[in-house]
Design a protein around this ligand. Sequence first.
Ligand code: TRP
Length: 411
Amino acid sequence: MQQSEQEQQKEQEIAQNEMPDLIVNPYEVVNNSKKQIDYDKLIQSFGCQRIEQSHIERIQALTQKPVHHYLRRGIFFSHRDLNQVLDAYEAGKGFYLYTGRGPSGDSMHVGHLMPFIFTKYLQEAFDVPVVIELSDDEKFFHKSETTLEEYQRYGYENAKDIIACGFDVNKTFIFLSSKYAGHMYHNICKFQHAITYSQLRGIFGLNESDNCGKVAYPAVQAAPSLSSSFRHIFGKDEVMCLVPQGIDQDPYFRMTRDVCYKLKVPKTGCIHSQFLPGLHGFGTKMGTTDPTSAIFLTDSPKEIEEKVKKHALSGGGMTKKEHQEKGADLTVDVPYHYLRFFLEDDARLEEIRVQYGKGVMMTSEVKKELITVLTKIVTEHQQRRALVTDEIVEKFMELRPLSNYPPKKNN
Ligand code: TRP
């Protein structure tokens, strides 16, 4: 168990070569099949663990709240050391949540919200502090499409969308890594000291002509995993960290955990989500270059309706007759898959799965239901975001203690 995760990395590289249809790393997610990614294979090749029913029951028992549908439905499906984090919580030592976003532009789509919606649920359920990194530096080094100042501005704009997910200002600290790094530079140094260039090259595929920022950055994403990076919140306490993230971010945290092991501090816990596919089907991406590929947080109800109707790939039969005979192929159907992510009502989702799968329900009906669900989510998000002023963003970014640390004794 404590064996070096570098070995797992090697195994992963080998396994990835055996999965030509699938590339998953922080800078590239390619799924060349028409179906959902084989997440079991991914777990195996990354060397993480599946979230079991026993974890879900444990979270439910500890929080005394119904668990989020992302957990119930296996959308957050994999982890590292989740039980150790829950042990710390149970022992009254608490833990904190760390997640982030690379602010690559002004417009976020519904898929971008997933880690934040989930982190917000965990914050409420466990009543633990949250820290959120906006890695403007990462995007500057990797995308290099505009100035650092512009990536900082995207960071502020994205912070508004993140805040609109409902984070509690007294329990949440948001920072731009280009501005905050000085406060955690001691930890950045430790990571940079412990990682060699050749390791980085293996993990992130860097080479000699890449700018130095790309080489230096992984330590900046790793450092917030140590509570000593946030003295204003944790003082000198050593507090365990849990990182909700898309599974593509795991290479960063495999690297982080390897260094934690060397530094003899508790390894960062991870909890990984699946990807929301683009509207055009599994194996397609969401992006600003093709606005029909995704539902953006700025979309109007009319745009949402048009995108779902015209562009969401259906697994239904070509003709009504064929559909009624064979039913819908749910393994490729985007509207149904989106409902798994966005429709909270389990009973209704199950009904749709059965009826649509049998061909009793038509694609148009499923799409109609998805349009209703998405329109509600997006318009409510827009209303909350409109209330987030620059002053509010500044408050979230202020260096200050958080009200729920240290944890109360009675959990
Ligand atoms: N690298 C992430 C991205 O490109 C952003 C990020 C920074 C992050 N710190 C994180 C994501 C911690 C998850 C957890 O979007």
